[in-house]
Write a protein that binds this ligand. Structure first.
Ligand code: AMP
Ligand code: MN
Ligand code: MN
Ligand code: MN
Length: 284
């Protein structure tokens, strides 16, 4: 029995409608599926409304970007209350910072000789939340790169000249916001933040001190050795293990819901453990 606690709809940078994700989760024979769009829960109502039509348990979540050790670290807010007004206001503030960043990124790209408009970017998105995924598509459409992947390689990837960072939360702030909305704060895909040489032992302990209660031990793109490493790390630190595909629809062609790039199998016992953590929290 498998679950998937990380996926995106067209409300952030995925390509499937939330209702369609629920059906795909059913088709993949998942027992639970959590929607985790970046900075928004705009798809949650449509997603949860599908519960009467599917057996797979539909759960609410989100994914927030934080600043940690000078780099961007993603934090999942799993099982957050989908109608918590304060949390919705906080997400709206994050989307404001994102809009700011997007305007500055348009200006920066123009300086680099790649003149696109926010309307060009919006043309590739289904909601007003614009992500770099939509910038990549606009840059390709305007002919500044051949394929969207080239935009990430040359222009808007984290270390590229056209990338403008946004003002990001601290892990402590993100954890507090998520906890106050009834959810569990979890370090998303730690293996993507830093490679094998990284001293995760200390860094993860620091994140735990800042309020992170779990980590993604199973992930759509992990190699077997990474999965083993992060599950063992969580056990040593007493953190909850979660897992998911990070499915984005056609924006990440190699990934399937529930299956990731192939052999992903997130055991459903992890959800029981997560729900216990949600009720009782950490003793730190
Ligand atoms: P944003 O939140 O607008 O800064 O965009 C970040 C999103 O862009 C991530 O969630 C990924 O979906 C995508 N992304 C970031 N870096 C890359 C990359 N190197 N290749 C492909 N997609 C990427
Ligand atoms: Mn994404
Ligand atoms: Mn992420
Ligand atoms: Mn994600």
């Amino acid at each position: 029995m498998v679950i998937d606690l990380h996926c995106h709809s067209l409300h952030s940078d995925g390509t499937d409608a939330p209702g369609r994700l629920a059906l795909l989760g059913e088709e993949a024979k998942l027992t639970a599926l959590c929607l985790t769009d970046h900075d928004t829960m705009g798809g949650t109502a449509d997603f949860l409304a599908m519960q009467s039509q599917v057996k797979v348990r539909l759960l609410a979540g989100t994914e927030l970007s934080c600043q940690f050790l000078g780099r961007s670290l993603h934090v999942l807010g799993l099982l957050v209350d989908p109608v918590d007004a304060r949390f919705q206001a906080r997400l709206e503030e994050l989307r404001g910072r994102r809009d700011d960043r997007n305007r500055r990124m348009v200006a920066r790209l123009a300086e680099l000789g790649c003149a696109i408009t926010l309307d060009d970017v919006q043309a590739h998105a289904s909601t007003p939340l614009l992500s770099r995924v939509h910038f990549a598509l606009a840059l390709a459409t305007r002919g500044f790169v051949k394929r969207p992947a080239d935009a990430f390689a040359r222009l808007i990837g984290d270390d590229c000249p056209g990338f403008v960072p946004r003002e990001e939360l601290s892990p402590a702030e993100a954890s507090l916001w998520i906890r106050e909305a009834g959810g569990v704060p979890v370090v998303a895909h730690p293996g993507r933040f830093a490679g094998a040489a990284f001293r995760w032992e200390d860094a993860m302990a620091e994140l735990q001190r800042q309020g992170l209660e779990g980590l993604e031990g199973y992930y759509g793109e992990y190699r077997a050795a990474e999965q083993k490493y992060f599950i063992a790390l969580a056990a040593r630190l007493g953190m909850v293990v979660t897992g998911g595909s990070d499915y984005h629809g056609t924006h990440k062609p190699g990934l399937r819901l529930g299956r990731g790039s192939g052999g992903l199998k997130v055991p459903d016992e992890l959800l029981e453990r997560l729900e216990t953590q949600q009720r009782f929290g950490s003793h730190h």
